[in-house]
Design a protein around this ligand. Sequence first.
Ligand SMILES: [Zn+2]
Length: 74
Amino acid sequence: MNPATKTGRAQIARKAREHGYFHDRDNFTIAVTCPLCREKVSGAEPRYGESVTKALDALMDAHLLHDCEHGPQQ
Ligand SMILES: [Zn+2]
């Protein structure tokens, strides 16, 4: 799984979700643990009717591109 490619990031995001994710309905946030750096990546929950899965994958994609210590920038 290569975090420098879109396909690789999608695979990593899927793997992250398979390990479970958090949906805090009181604080309107979602979070998932990055399988590469073990950081908890969190963000706003999707709007009503939108996919939590897609929102989690978008969070992971941004994390891998910009924040992850094992991402392509580092
Ligand atoms: Zn990471």
